[in-house]
Design a protein around this ligand. Structure first.
Ligand code: NAG
Length: 336
């Protein structure tokens, strides 16, 4: 009888009593050129026929990339090849990435890079990108970039450099989670953007990096160490443009700032001093080449999240897809 009533209760409540695993996050939608586009939804989009057309490249799920040498570092697993659409955006305008969710203990930087698609983004191999950084936010005044993102309704807004020459670019959005000091987690996702009305500048060649490659040899700090109170982001510095050397940062974008869409996102305003919604300008550069303190060997990192394996054969992928479809995609990873 008890078992029966439990079943009845569970049924009444849907699946809410079933064991759940903590989920990480992915991009829900993106606002480019004042227009809002749904991102690739890994739980829904792969099973539609025909496949939906997106400006964001695929992500396989809400989990991280772990192997910094993997091609998945560029635009996530499946994101090396193109999405169907390219969104128009004026140089100097803003782009807002809206996450579906983000766990508050997944502390770390938020970084954005761009890469010229050298033509058509829908066919451009992301691993060939010559990436330059346009936005970085790490740890400032006791606050992590991911904490500010959560407080900003899970959104982050970046500005396309006004000086940039027109053409198609990948804009790579990246959250990095450092809560497990033995295993940093990377959450990249790429939008395809057609930059219009640009200033005809290319970024300083010194600021170009490869991805994978950009984090090789970088030591992330032990964020749980008692001594931890500051942190220099990995190189490169924010890209410089010849035209901007003497002038002020990117001009304010045109009319209305894109609202961070959605009503569904929980907005847990954390501490007393709400962090400034990180809208326009990137944080002051300049410190990025200093090596971070070597991480202490302590093991007090928080929850460990199991990562997806990086390489899969086609048959493994097919089997996995079938399994996920059947199981309604379950809990391969991310046990806390
Ligand atoms: C990009 O913008 C230019 C200028 O408006 C336009 O001519 C071109 O067709 C656009 N390309 C794509 C792929 O949208």
């Amino acid at each position: 009888m008890i078992a029966l009533s439990l079943i009845a209760l569970a049924t009444a409540l849907g699946s809410s009593l079933l064991p759940r695993v903590a989920a990480h996050g992915y991009v829900q939608d993106v606002t480019i050129g004042g227009k809002n586009y749904p991102a690739w939804d890994p739980n829904v989009d792969p099973y539609q026929d025909p496949l939906p057309q997106r400006v964001m490249r695929k992500v396989p799920d809400d989990g991280p990339v772990i192997d910094i040498t993997s091609p998945d570092m560029a635009c996530n697993q499946g994101g090396e090849s193109g999405a169907a659409l390219v969104a128009d955006a004026a140089a100097g305008s803003q782009v807002t990435f809206q996450m579906v969710r983000w766990p508050s203990d997944h502390l770390g930087p938020v970084i954005h890079y761009m890469a010229d698609c050298e033509g058509d983004c829908t066919t451009f191999d992301a691993t060939k990108g010559k990436w330059f950084k346009i936005y970085e936010d790490g740890f400032d005044n006791g606050l992590w970039a991911t904490t500010k993102l959560i407080a900003n309704n899970l959104a982050v807004t970046v500005t396309i450099p006004a000086e940039l020459k027109s053409g198609q670019y990948l804009l790579r959005h990246e959250l990095i989670a450092l809560h497990d000091i033995t295993q940093p987690q990377y959450y990249p996702a790429c939008a395809q953007i057609n930059v219009t009305g640009g200033g005809n500048q290319e970024p300083d060649p010194a600021s170009i990096v490869s991805i994978p490659g950009v984090y090789s040899g970088f030591k992330w700090p032990d964020i749980w160490s008692e001594d931890f109170n500051s942190f220099a982001l990995p190189s490169p510095a924010l890209a410089k443009f010849a035209a901007s050397a003497a002038s002020s940062p990117a001009p304010a974008p045109s009319s209305q700032a894109p609202a961070p869409s959605t009503s569904s996102s929980p907005a847990p305003a954390p501490s007393s001093q709400a962090p400034a919604p990180s809208t326009t300008a990137a944080p002051a550069p300049g410190t990025s080449s200093a090596p971070a303190a070597a991480p202490a060997a302590s093991s007090t990192g928080k929850a460990k999240c199991k990562a997806r394996t990086t390489k899969r054969s086609a048959s493994e992928k097919a089997a996995r897809r079938a399994r996920r479809h059947a199981a309604g995609h379950a809990k391969r990873h991310h046990q806390h």
